[in-house]
Design a protein around this ligand. Structure first.
Ligand SMILES: C[S@@+](CC[C@H](N)C(=O)[O-])C[C@H]1O[C@@H](n2cnc3c(N)ncnc32)[C@H](O)[C@@H]1O
Length: 478
């Protein structure tokens, strides 16, 4: 380790920034946030530093740094030199060395007693990232990743937990017991409530648990199920919430449509159970999946049930949620990008457009026995963009249904196979040629059939691409 990461208290301590430009202003900003009394020495200030001055955050000495003049100031605790004048930076460095003051000369690690890390600020929780001055850009990229993973609500969560620290200490006197209490609390539903602003509920949970532990001792951990929409294929289309819950799960239940890269994102120790269809005769039955989740949750496990696309769009997510409700198991549902949105976008056209389509219908192309049938008459005359899920086997029936009810045979159709994945394949045809094209090209599930004039927008958005692929059969994801 090149540097010792420590957090120092500089509240009301004098600190000196030499330089009035944007780099000096950014460093001044950190000192201001940490409560220091900041003096800036510079002959002139640029906009960012003027902003600090206008808000009374700094004291400005209008001068070029001069070591002799430093006798007029209280000895600073820390000094930053961020000027573009090498001689001034060197003078500041020498002055600090002579007076035992820690100094940082911007962008010159060899003249730094300390470095300022990139920061993810969820005060009072602060994460500092450093590459030891080797690559500020790499540190910033890492910061950006962490920023996306740690919701801003963590600030208030840390405050809330801090307020109860003493109370928990009094209620649970042994150290291991306290550790177990906090671990269980901070990995469960409490954290989601707090992070998403449901503070009253989170606080009530915390109070209840403290009283429970004080009266009955540490209870068994409570399990929970996360019904997570994993999106249509591309792992980048998962939401932050989906990723966060996936990474805190003990058991992962997944099916065929969930990309292996997404399952890889779970904790290494998490148990992974495939519950998809293996073949026509061999699959885990839907009721069994529900009961499996109930059983695992009752053992105190956090169960992530990963579903392709969105759990509540042709995903049977609500049926699984019903089983959980009927067994009193707590659960959360995380929406996902449904195949219709992902596939059309990756193929390069929208689902609605002011010139072509004002509405969208998501339709099942595969109906359960006994279910109410699709109303092709309504669809054919609706002007909707129609997206048929699970429709490839049933394509002749869909085609006949729409044509019989008067839909023009020239209506554009896009069939998108394995959308948003590296194997995405798009086929463009018309309603009249749809079933024949699907059969000829041997298109297999998972595929979406999209029917509607809005597909024409693709030509407007991607003229060059279409000139090269002839607008009929493309394997290129835009
Ligand atoms: C059981 S449904 C699940 C839908 C999912 N819940 C959603 O919101 O996208 C499965 C059907 O969704 C469609 N589908 C899902 N992922 C797809 C993809 N990557 N490319 C094309 N179609 C997809 C196919 O029609 C597939 O047969």
């Amino acid at each position: 380790m090149d540097y010792l990461p420590i957090f120092v208290n500089i509240k009301n301590q004098p600190c000196l920034i030499v330089g009035g430009g944007p780099v000096a202003a950014r460093k001044a900003d950190l000192f201001i946030k940490a409560g220091a009394i900041v003096t800036v020495v510079a002959p002139e200030l640029k906009a960012e530093m003027k902003h600090h001055l206008a808000h009374g955050k700094i004291v400005w000495e209008i001068a070029t740094f001069c070591a002799d003049a430093m006798t007029h100031f209280p000895k600073p605790k820390y000094v930053i030199s961020a000027t573009d004048d090498e001689a001034v930076n060197q003078a500041v460095y020498r002055y600090c060395q002579n007076h035992d003051i820690p100094v940082n000369v911007a962008d010159q690690t060899e003249f730094c007693d300390f470095i300022l890390p990139a920061i993810v600020d969820r005060s009072p929780m602060t994460i500092a990232i450093s590459t030891g001055g080797r690559s500020p850009v790499l540190a910033r990229l890492m910061k950006a990743r962490l920023e996306t993973m740690i919701p801003s609500g963590f600030s208030r969560l840390a405050d809330l937990v801090g307020r109860y620290r003493q109370k928990v200490k009094e209620a649970i006197t042994d150290l291991d017991g306290r550790k177990a209490f906090w671990e269980e609390l901070l990995e469960g539903a409490f954290i989601d409530k707090a992070v998403h602003g449901k503070f009253a509920e989170a606080e009530a949970d915390l109070e209840r648990k403290i009283n429970q532990v004080a009266e009955q001792g540490q209870p068994l951990p409570e399990g929970e199920v996360y019904l997570i929409g994993a999106g249509p294929g591309d792992p980048d289309l998962m939401t932050f919430k989906a990723l966060r819950l996936l990474q805190q799960a003990d058991v992962i239940l997944y099916d065929r449509l969930v990309a292996p890269e997404i399952i890889e994102m779970a904790r290494r120790e998490a148990e992974r159970i495939y519950v998809g269809k293996k073949d026509k005769w061999h699959k885990v039955q839907q009721p069994d999946i529900g009961l499996m989740m109930v059983e695992l949750a009752k053992q105190g496990k956090r169960v992530a049930r990963l579903k392709g696309g969105d759990p509540y769009i042709f995903g049977r997510g609500a049926e699984e949620a019903e089983v959980l409700v009927s067994h009193g198991v707590s659960y959360q549902v995380v929406p996902g990008i449904t195949a219709a949105a992902g596939c059309s976008m990756y193929a390069g056209f929208p689902l609605t457009h002011r010139d072509y389509s004002q509405s969208v219908s998501l339709v099942t192309g595969h109906q359960q026995a006994g279910a109410k049938g699709v109303d092709y008459g309504r669809l054919a005359n609706s002007g909707d963009t129609m997206v048929f899920y699970m429709g490839v086997k049933n394509a002749p029936h869909i085609q006949a249904g729409l044509l019989e009810h008067g839909m023009p045979k020239e209506t554009p159709v896009a069939v998108i196979e394995k959308g948003t994945t590296p194997e995405q394949k798009e086929t463009y045809c018309t309603l009249e040629t749809m079933a024949e094209t699907i059969a000829q090209k041997n298109i297999k599930p998972p595929s979406l059939i999209i029917v509607g004039e809005v597909i024409k927008v693709r030509a407007r958005l991607h003229p060059v691409l279409l000139a090269s692929d002839g607008q009929s059969d493309s394997q290129v994801a835009v």
